[in-house]
Design a protein. Structure first.
Length: 140
């Protein structure tokens, strides 16, 4: 099960429910990758401090996939909710992209290294011999 850590800079968390809300938003988006992730760190901040402004809420999500380099995504938006939800969606897309790359690499290497059973090897050899036989017959 992935561990979710919340760090809030310049934002006073209302209560435990603030952290639970962020955790729930992130876990809902990334639950498909639960066994693949060891830890997820969520950093939320208000870049203009107490002043309001367009897209001044920031959410950065750092993901630690098992056996791979960490991934990081960032989203800026007008509200904290939009920033967190946008970053969680970006995180899901980044993980889908990584998993797609691993799947392509994994399938190619599995095909290249797939063991051939004895019967298949014999059939392949028989087919080559048969082709050689017919090629010699045609040349006569």
């Amino acid at each position: 099960m992935m561990q979710v850590l919340i760090n809030s800079h310049q934002i006073e968390p209302d209560s435990v429910s603030f952290q639970e809300w962020i955790t729930t938003a992130v876990v809902c988006e990334l639950e498909h990758f639960d066994e693949f992730l060891t830890r997820v760190e969520v950093h939320v901040s208000d870049e203009n401090a107490q002043k309001s402004g367009p897209r001044d809420k920031r959410c950065q999500i750092e993901m630690r996939p098992r056996g791979h380099q960490p991934l990081s995504v960032t989203n800026h938006d007008e509200t904290l909710e939009l920033a967190v939800n946008g970053a969680a969606e970006k995180a899901r897309h980044a993980l889908e992209h990584l998993m797609g790359k691993l799947d392509v690499r994994g399938n190619a290497s599995k095909k290249a290294q797939a063991p051939v059973d004895e019967e298949t090897a014999r059939e392949n050899q028989d087919a080559l011999l048969e082709n050689d036989f017919f090629a010699q017959e045609e040349s006569l």
